[in-house]
Design a protein around this ligand. Structure first.
Ligand code: G3P
Ligand code: MG
Length: 251
């Protein structure tokens, strides 16, 4: 049994590439992961939801239009249908024909290369709990005894709670895009090891509160010099960026 992730045993690097390679490649595709890796990144964030037949795959939006040639709600399509879509042409001709990525394919890629993963559980509306359950089960199966396991994060407490019930050993992080009075209590009640805040939310006081509570501190999405400097000065444990060409290991 690998050593569980905790505030004292934190195996993840500071720099995390957002959606694979930010905006330099079609987000959440294997092409993006490969590009992020070529820029030196060793950990990646991605958004994962369920197909109609329950397979976890990578997509940010509820709908298919923005990042593929599909139409309508992604969660209404089976994986057989989704896997035939072009998720690259919308970005640029160089990526034409790039498919949507299943979580299985991303796990294979990461495990083969020794890369680490932050899986953001991004449920289709109404599927918060089942998505948390299925993603956690898939992650546990795919990583089995591999260490370190993926860090599961979500804006949805119901998804994190379901993930916890399904696979309590997998590390969890609460995502926050705005300040809320119960943020610390919610993270602790969900048994989280970390909080991942929109970068503007971090200041000395919030970092102190998180650390005092035994939580690691991560921020998204830091894309400019002054933001990155602020986060480094605050000593954040993780910085998620789109600008894989500008920041990263060595910054
Ligand atoms: O997981 C951090 C970040 O990806 C959360 O926001 O909308 O880019 O998924 P979003
Ligand atoms: Mg995300």
């Amino acid at each position: 049994m690998p050593h569980p992730v905790s505030v004292t045993h934190w195996p993840y690097p500071r720099w995390i590439a957002h959606r694979g390679a930010g905006q330099l490649a079609p987000e959440n595709t294997l092409a993006a992961f490969k590009l992020g890796a070529r820029h030196g990144f060793r950990m990646f964030e991605c958004d994962v939801k369920l197909s109609a037949d329950g397979l976890p795959f990578l997509l940010h939006d509820d709908k298919l239009e923005r990042t593929s040639d599909g139409r309508g709600a992604a969660g209404d399509r089976t994986w057989a249908e989704l896997s035939r879509l072009d998720a690259g042409s919308w970005h640029s001709p160089a990526f034409a024909g790039e498919p949507l990525a299943s979580l299985d394919a991303v796990a294979d890629f990461c495990l083969a290369q020794g890369y680490l993963l932050n899986i953001e559980i991004k449920p289709s509306p109404g599927l918060e709990a089942v998505t948390g359950t299925r993603v956690a089960q898939a992650a546990a199966r795919l990583w089995r005894d591999a260490a370190p396991p993926p860090l599961l994060s979500s804006f949805q407490p119901a998804s994190l709670q379901a993930a916890r019930l399904a696979q309590p050993e997998l590390p969890r992080a609460l995502l926050l895009n705005e300040s809320r009075p119960d943020w610390l209590q919610t993270a602790l009640e969900l048994g989280c090891v970390a909080v991942v805040c929109q970068h503007r939310l971090w200041d000395e006081s919030r970092v102190h509160q998180a650390r005092q509570a035994g939580l690691r501190t991560l921020a998204y999405t830091a894309n400019d010099e002054s933001t990155v400097q602020k986060l480094i000065t605050l000593g954040l444990d993780g910085i998620i960026t789109d600008r894989v060409d500008r920041f990263g290991p060595g910054t």
